[in-house]
Each structure stands twice: as C-alpha cells, then as structure tokens.
Design a protein around this ligand. Structure first.
Ligand code: 13P
Length: 250
C-alpha cells in the first residue's frame, strides 16, 4: 500500500564533481525500480548541476533545509520556490542537526512545513529523541511532542504529502542503530499519532522513514518491519555501492 522511499541525506559533503559522479552511478544502476522511490538531498550548491542529470531518471532531488518565506531580506537563506524552480520535489525539515546546532524549534519547523507544501514541495519532517531521553523512558513522549508541534494546522490532505523521518539522535553517525523492534515500536506510535491528527486512512498512507546508521547490512531487517516505510541515510548514501544496496533492500 505504501511505496517505500529510500533517501540519501548527503549533509555537508561533496562538491560538484563528486556529486555528479555519484548521481551518474546511481541513475545508471537504478533503472529497473518499479516498487520504490529514491531521493538524493545534496548541499544547495549542487542542486543546479545535478537537476538536469536526474531529470527523467528514477532518482528524485531534494534539499536539506529551507526558509519559510518566498523572498525578502533573509541573508544566506534559500526560499522554497527557489528549490522548486531548480527541480526539487522534497525538502528535509527539522533534521536533528538543525535542531541541535541551529536552534530550530517545532514552531519554526511547522512554519517551514506549511511553506514547503504551499510551494509544491514534500516535506520530510524529522523527529527523534536524544540518548538521555531514551534512557529515561521518554522517547515516545518526545517524538509525539515533536510531531504535534511540527505538523500543527496541516489538513489530512496536506499530511498525505508529508514524509516523517524517525531518527533517534543517538543512532545518527554512531553505527549504533535502533533494533528493528525498538524502531518499529516508535514507528507504530508515530502512525497512531498521525491518525489522531487526521484519520486512520491518512495515517496508513503516510511514509515513515527510519534514519540513524542505516547500512547495507541492516537495511533488510529494518525494512521488514510493518511500519518502517523507508530510510533516510547519511554516511552510507555517499558511496554509490552502499546506497544502491540500501535502495535494493530485500
Ligand atoms: P547516518 O546514516 O550517517 O547515521 O545519518 C543519518 C541521518 O542523519 C540522515 O538524515
């Protein structure tokens, strides 16, 4: 029923030549996909160079952040309509690195989510608890609070264009993945909350990705969980062979 979405978040890695080489390798290999979607989210500076290379391929293009206004005196910021014009179809919002290092709040992420949808971009809204929150049994309540804040005011129809990425912060870049069962438990809780925010049919249609040290050797068991509908991949998305294997999860 849900079409898996495998996405690479390149974070602040690669210039144009490395990025071109990576997407050429991906698009040359991933020509036979019929049952899953693939996305790469490079740095802003590569979007204009990569968009024409991905046009007509199975690999979609997304950005890692955006501002919520469409223009104005916001030095250093990028507007949603600018991303759309370049060929982006998705934008990652509220990644834990933006929450942690740039002070992004649920309220700000909510403004961005509304703006992304208004400009025809599908937001990938990131949620996830830090280690101390998990250790003190607060993982679910933290994630539910982030969901309610980040998705406030979105209609059921709008929610169908939203992707949720559950990324436990302690699992990002550490090699320390959540067990498939632990991830599934949070994903099921997220889907229940999405149903409470809209209705069950809407919640059942929403893609919920897992992120945090997804690798070729753990993707299959993560994707086997009923409420894990995709992956948001950092480090392993920077190597063509690893990301291709993740996309080709069994
Ligand atoms: P890693 O796959 O490197 O742990 O990063 C996950 C992530 O933050 C994706 O957004």
């Amino acid at each position: 029923m849900r079409r898996p979405l495998l996405a690479g978040n390149w974070k602040m890695h690669y210039g144009v030549s490395e990025g071109v080489a990576l997407v050429e390798a991906l698009s040359a290999d991933l020509t036979d996909l019929t049952d899953r979607d693939v996305l790469v989210c490079p740095p802003f500076t590569l979007l204009g160079s990569l968009a024409p290379l991905l046009d007509g391929t199975a690999v979609a293009l997304g950005a890692q952040n955006m501002h919520y206004e469409t223009k104005g005196a916001f030095t250093g910021e990028i507007a949603p309509n600018m991303l759309k014009e370049l060929g982006c179809s998705y934008v990652i919002l509220g990644h834990s690195e933006r929450r942690q290092y740039f002070g992004e709040t649920d309220e700000l992420i909510n403004r961005k989510a509304h703006a992304a949808l208004a400009n025809g971009l599908k937001p990938i809204v990131c949620v996830g608890e830090v280690k101390a929150e998990r250790d003190s049994g607060q993982a679910e309540s933290v994630v539910v609070g982030q969901l309610r804040g980040s998705l406030a005011g979105l209609s059921a129809e709008q929610l169908r264009s939203v992707v949720i990425a559950y990324e436990p912060v302690w699992a990002i870049g550490t090699g320390d993945t959540a067990t498939p069962a632990d991830a599934q438990a949070i994903h099921a809780r997220i889907r229940a909350e999405l149903a409470a925010l809209s209705d069950q049919a809407t919640a059942d249609a929403i893609i919920i990705q897992y992120g945090g040290s997804v690798k070729p050797d753990n993707v299959d068991e993560l994707m086997a969980q009923p409420d894990i509908d995709g992956a948001l991949v950092g480090g392993a998305s920077l190597k063509a062979a690893d990301f291709i294997r993740i996309v080709r999860f069994k």
